[in-house]
Design a protein around this ligand. Structure first.
Ligand code: UDP
Length: 246
């Protein structure tokens, strides 16, 4: 997701992506600033939404802490301000791991299955993090050919992703929300793989379990409603399902 920042004052020390700026602040530490930008369709659609950065950083913080409490190691370290999180510096594995509980998006397109058809057990997919190629779907043999991860790592990435996704699915079920699908990224450290990047309505699909109301970036992708209102509702319901969240 990242390319060198164009801001001279932080050049060499920061990377600017579509929705975040990652500043390297030490051997082991980064600061992640959440922008108000939303992009879709590989950057073809782009808009800014005041308040989005703060909402996504808060949702990511709560979800990383929830996962940490359940034994899932993440790169999250803490909050610095309303829209900046502190994280451990990692080497991002150039694979996006998608876990799907219900059919939507590219899986619906590829298979012709009905929207929200259950996937049981959940489907795991790997995509190559390469904007210039349009983030293509890869199978295990493609990953091996490209040397992106070892066979053991691929199996660990898949297993860890499903375990983390199941924790989140049950958390959101308690909030009356269906987790449809989501995308994880992982980072390498000398101590092994850590869940990294963000977990937010930019990287997950959420539907109200009763009404089917969309509470994620599909609001923006398909012009289905007010993105900030949807993300705010998601956060409020998440906070209500996490008593004691501060
Ligand atoms: N996703 C993401 N970043 C990407 C591609 C997908 O965070 O670059 C998330 C997306 O929000 C959804 C899940 O991964 O929750 C599955 O996305 P899909 O393959 O259906 O692609 P889409 O149709 O969203 O582009």
């Amino acid at each position: 997701m990242i390319r060198p920042a164009e801001h001279p004052e932080v050049a060499m020390e920061a990377y600017e992506g579509k929705a975040k700026i990652v500043r390297i602040v030490g051997e082991d530490d980064v600061e992640i600033f959440y922008k108000d930008d939303a992009t879709a369709f590989n950057g073809q659609k782009h808009e800014q939404f005041a308040g989005k950065g703060a909402l996504n950083s808060r949702i990511t913080e709560l979800l990383f802490r929830y996962l940490e409490d359940r034994g899932v190691p993440t790169h999250h370290r803490g909050r610095l301000d309303e829209r900046t999180l502190a994280a451990r510096r990692v080497q991002i594995v150039p694979l996006e791991v998608v876990v799907r509980f219900l059919v939507a998006g590219s899986l619906q397109k590829r298979t012709g299955l009905d929207y929200l058809t259950p996937c049981d057990p959940p489907i795991v997919e790997f995509y190559y993090k390469r904007d210039d190629l349009g983030d293509p779907l890869l199978n295990d043999e493609h990953i091996r050919l490209l040397g992106l991860a070892t066979e053991a790592e691929v199996s660990e990435l898949g297993g860890r992703s499903v375990a983390a996704a199941r924790h989140l699915q049950s958390l959101f079920a308690g909030a009356g929300i269906d987790l449809v699908d989501l995308k994880f990224e992982f980072g390498r450290t000398p101590d092994g793989l850590l869940l990294a990047d963000e977990i937010s309505p930019d990287t997950c699909r959420f539907r109200d379990a009763e009404t089917g109301e969309i509470l994620d970036k599909d609001l923006f992708r398909f012009g289905k409603g007010d993105l900030v209102a949807g993300y705010r509702t998601l956060l409020e319901r998440l906070e209500a399902a996490l008593p004691g969240a501060v």
